[in-house]
Each structure stands twice: as structure tokens, then as C-alpha cells.
Design a protein around this ligand. Structure first.
Ligand code: GLC
Length: 548
């Protein structure tokens, strides 16, 4: 069994990965057909985003039945075969469990609505403050009030996400027991890990108005969250050795993550935090255009690296997922220095302490969608916010500019396999448009080209396995105040590793604070390297140096 600290996880968004039956939607059989590709890349785990029965209001993050495969994606037999086929290749599956909320079509919620008190207590129903006024002023993360009124009951229910995603009441022991049952069911199918969706939001604190914000301080890292996670661990996956878990931690604090992902805290193996992906927001406001703040990015990554290490806790490190725009478009240069910048961003991330996650297509340098019309967007969050922006008085043109940068659909366009129609994703009508640049950016070409982004990722994944220092070494920032270069040093049992990344398209003079005598070149995105203490870094140049 792979040590998760030496492993790399490959994230698959099934809907957009590979369509085996030409209905325009990716499916489980399609994933099975592409396992050799993932094996070739070198990933140890596949994280599959939800494929359970769902009305797909939020692409499967609204679960109607946790025990069944949505027929759109295939059958239970397809899933079982996928597990076996993956295992044959030394790849394990991690499933995405959405337990903060269900779909409103889940039978529990349907029963609650029909007045069944037992199931009503599975959710969070409250009386309004007065007629027409919700219980609190909290905002949904997808826009609008977090409370939905049910006229027949004259009560509201809480939904931190879409109104079709009612929040579960984890304070109810019966809910927690049901969740444990679901987790054990999937463990029985041979999965070896879980990703828990927005799991730091499960324990709600007081229900009162937030005077200064949108309510998140009342339910983020809430009062019983650690106790609930420990209980879930003890009663389910904690009983199996080598089980890997990652929690998606929304707006979390590092102090809480010391515990969520602390080596001996009995909660989870590691955490996703998102502060480094808000450096192009205005505070918590995502639907604005502000340039990425590089110094902020550096500070955040440095502090999470050193902080988590000091407390013996483990990070998941990542740039991309199905909720994020493509990193090469975001922090790199998708045009002139496309390849250089994609490789630089990969080096920066994969050299750090933590388990790296690669999101489908990231290893090819896939770029943002470039959609110009609202009919091309599919994501509930984007559609809601397009309307909100227009209601605020923005022109459609300005609203589009914001969506083009921040929409989650940027990361959801189909995987670009070949130069064939629809990038080889489907011969049918794809559920969301394929990025037009598939003729230039696709897997088949990159697999042939030894200098491709794909092969660069393959090297990074391999190096983490070969060099203990990359997995286990300590982390120390280098030249912290440098406004253009991201550099750090790792140390382990007398070995050293130095990573130097020029984050910009302009040349940078760089003077190393670390004496580089004796270092050799492990990897970089330019071929001719001279290792000197004073270097001229080329556009987006990245080097990884090693000394035994
Ligand atoms: C997580 C998922 C996202 C989903 C949300 C609500 O953030 O990654 O895709 O919309 O939770 O379940």
C-alpha cells in the first residue's frame, strides 16, 4: 500500500473525463478505459467526484441516494470493475462523500417535507424571525439567503449551498449513524480513501444574525466538528490501516487544521484549505476582478507549509480542482509562456511538503474555457452570480469578464484527449463545450513529446517516490521578501533540496541566500542550466536542485 506522503492523487470529474457510450456525458466505463493513461502519469490514487444518484443541480454534489450509482454514469457492476481494474494497476480509489447536505430529492428530506418529525430532525428547520423574515441573515455560498421558506410548514430550512441542497443536522445521532453506514458500505466495495466535501461546516453553532459578515463565522469549524470527525474515524475508516482521507475545509483556520490533519489526532489524513486560492478575490468576495497578489500567495503558502509541519499535520497541496479556474490561465501565461509557466507552477507545488493533487487536464496545461455567452455556462453558482451581478447594475459585458476569470466551469470543460472532434471526449453532443484549443492542447500529442507538460508532471510524481526528501523533508522559505521569485529549501537526513521559481514573464536576477555549491540539477523547465549563487532567471523559469 502506498504511503500517502509519497503518493500523488489524480482527481477525476467523471462527467467531463471520457464518454464511453457517446451520450455526451463521461461515465465510469470511460474512466476504466483510461486507467492506463493515469498509470502512465504515475498517480497512486484516483479521487472520483460524486457519481451517486442525483438530480445534478450541483453536478452530483446534491445526492439523492448515497447507495446507488447514477445510471448516467453506469452501474454498480461498472464501479466494481473499475475498482478491480485500478487495483491491477496499483491505483486505489478515493470517493467523494457529501455529508454536509443532501439533495432535496433525498427520501429523508421528502419525508421531512411530508411532516414526518423523525426526518425533520435530520435537517435544520427554524421559524422565521417574523413574517417573511428568515431566522438569520446568513447568505448561501451560491448567492441569496441561506434559508428557504416552506409555506406548508411556515418554517425555513437551512441550505449553505443551493436551495436544492438542504443541510443535514449532525447534532442528531441518527444522522451520524446513517452516515457511518454509508461510509462502511463503500469501504466494503474496496475503496481505499475518501474526500469529505465541505466537512468543516457540519457542526453549526448559534443561529443568530452575523453583524459583520455572511454568517460563515457561525458554522465554519463549528463547536462539535472535531468530535464528529473523531467519531466517524473511530467507527469507520479508522479501523482499516492505510486508509486515506482528505477533508475539504472551507474558510478554515490553520489552528483547526492542526487537529483535523494532525498525525495523532484521529481525524483525517490531510486537509484542503483555500486561502492561497483567494489571492485574486477581494477579501472573501470572488465575483470581482482584481490582479493576483503574489506576495500574499507566498505568505499564505509559506505559513501553511511551516505551520502544519511544526504541528505534525499534513497538507493536501493543489492548484486546481473542479471548483477552480485553470491554474495556467490564473497564475501563469496561457499564451506565450504556456508551457514554461505550467511547468513552473507544477514545480512550485510538487516540491512542497504535502500530498499533491493533480486535477484532470492540469497535467496537459489545459486552460480556462473562454466562454462568451451565458448559454455556454452550466454551473449553478455561475448562473446565480451572473444574475446577481446584473442585478447590481453591471453590464452583461462586465459580468462576462468576471465569469471568464472565476467561473467553476473553467475547470469543467471536457478532458482533451486527441485532435479528433470534441477533443476525443465524445462523439455525441458534449454536455458542456470542449475548449476550442484541443487541437493544440491534448493528451495524445503530449504523450509523444518528451518535453511536454505531461512528461514533466510524470517526472515530478516519480521524483517524490524516489527522493524521501520531497516527501518527508522539512520546509524553509528562502528569500521571503523577493517580490517575483518563490523559493524554498527542504532538508532531510543530511540531504537538501532547493526549489527556485520565477513567478513572472520577465527576467529576474536572483542571488541565492543558500550556497548552491555541490548541488545538482534534478528538474527544471529550461534545458541549459548553470547552477550559480547569482542567477538570471528566465521567464517563468523553475529549477529543482539537490544535494546529497
Ligand atoms: C464543495 C464541492 C463543490 C460543491 C460544494 C457543495 O465545495 O467541491 O463542487 O458545489 O461543495 O457541495
Amino acid at each position: 500500500m502506498a504511503d500517502f506522503r509519497k503518493s500523488t492523487v489524480y482527481q477525476i470529474y467523471p462527467k467531463s473525463f471520457y464518454d464511453s457510450n457517446q451520450d455526451g456525458l463521461g461515465d465510469l466505463k470511460g474512466i476504466a478505459e483510461k486507467l492506463d493513461y493515469i498509470k502512465e502519469l504515475g498517480a497512486d490514487y484516483i479521487w472520483l467526484t460524486p457519481f451517486f444518484v442525483s438530480p445534478q443541480k450541483d453536478n452530483g454534489y446534491d445526492v439523492e441516494d448515497y447507495y446507488k450509482v447514477d445510471p448516467r454514469y453506469g452501474t454498480m457492476a461498472d464501479f466494481e470493475r473499475l475498482v478491480q481494474e485500478a487495483e491491477k494497476r496499483g491505483i486505489q480509489l478515493m470517493l467523494d462523500m457529501v455529508f454536509n447536505h443532501t439533495s432535496n430529492r433525498h427520501q429523508w428530506f421528502q419525508r421531512a417535507l411530508s411532516g414526518d418529525e423523525r426526518y425533520k430532525s435530520f435537517y435544520i428547520f427554524k421559524k422565521g424571525k417574523e413574517k417573511g423574515v428568515p431566522p438569520t441573515n446568513w447568505q448561501s455560498k451560491f448567492g441569496g439567503s441561506a434559508w428557504e421558506y416552506v409555506p406548508e410548514m411556515d418554517e425555513y430550512y437551512l441550505h449553505l449551498f443551493d436551495a436544492s441542497q438542504p443541510d443535514l443536522n449532525w447534532d442528531n445521532e441518527e444522522v451520524r449513524a446513517e452516515i457511518q453506514k454509508i461510509v462502511r458500505f463503500w469501504m466494503g466495495k474496496g475503496v481505499k480513501g475518501f474526500r469529505f466535501d465541505v466537512v468543516n461546516l457540519i457542526s453549526k453553532g448559534e443561529f443568530r444574525d452575523d453583524e459583520s459578515g455572511d454568517g460563515r463565522s457561525f458554522y465554519t469549524d463549528g463547536p462539535n466538528v472535531h468530535a464528529y470527525l473523531r467519531e466517524l474515524n473511530e467507527k469507520t475508516f479508522g479501523q482499516e490501516a492505510d486508509f486515506v482521507t482528505v477533508g475539504e475545509m472551507s474558510s478554515t483556520s490553520m489552528e483547526n487544521c492542526f487537529q483535523y490533519a494532525g498525525k495523532d489526532s484521529g481525524e483525517l489524513s490531510m486537509v484542503f484549505s483555500f486561502h492561497h486560492l483567494k489571492v485574486d478575490f477581494m477579501g472573501n468576495e470572488k465575483w470581482v476582478l482584481v490582479p493576483a497578489d503574489f506576495m500574499k500567495l507566498k505568505k499564505i503558502l509559506y505559513s501553511w507549509q511551516t505551520g502544519m509541519e511544526e504541528h505534525n499535520a499534513w497538507n493536501a497541496v493543489f492548484w486546481c480542482n473542479h471548483d477552480q479556474p485553470r491554474v495556467v490561465s490564473r497564475f501563469g501565461d496561457e499564451k506565450k509562456y504556456w508551457k514554461e509557466s505550467a511547468k513552473m507552477l507544477a514545480t512550485l507545488l510538487h516540491g512542497m511538503r504535502g500530498t499533491p493533487y493533480v486535477y484532470q487536464g492540469e497535467e496537459l496545461g489545459m486552460t480556462n474555457a473562454g466562454f462568451t455567452d451565458i448559454s455556454q455556462y452550466k454551473d449553478v453558482e455561475s448562473l446565480n452570480h451572473f444574475q446577481i451581478l446584473k442585478d447590481k447594475g453591471l453590464s452583461e459585458e462586465d459580468a462576462y469578464r468576471i465569469l471568464q476569470v472565476h467561473s467553476r466551469d473553467n475547470g469543467r470543460t471536457p478532458m482533451q484527449w486527441t485532435t479528433d472532434k470534441n477533443g476525443g471526449f465524445t462523439q455525441g453532443e458534449p454536455w458542456i463545450e470542449v475548449n476550442k484549443n484541443y487541437t493544440r492542447i491534448n493528451a495524445s500529442q503530449q504523450m509523444e513529446d518528451s518535453d511536454s507538460i505531461f512528461h514533466y508532471y510524470q517526472n515530478l510524481i516519480r521524483l517524490r517516490k524516489e527522493y524521501d526528501i520531497i516527501a518527508y523533508g522539512s520546509f524553509q522559505p528562502l528569500d521571503e521578501e523577493n517580490p517575483s521569485v518563490f523559493a524554498y529549501k527542504r532538508e532531510y537526513k543530511g540531504e537538501s533540496l532547493v526549489v527556485i521559481c520565477n513567478f513572472y514573464r520577465t527576467w529576474q536576477s536572483w542571488e541565492s541566500t543558500e550556497d548552491l555549491t555541490g548541488y545538482s540539477h534534478l528538474l527544471g523547465n529550461y534545458s541549459d542550466i548553470r547552477i550559480e549563487n547569482k542567477m538570471k532567471l528566465r521567464p517563468y523559469e523553475a529549477v529543482m536542485l539537490y544535494k546529497a
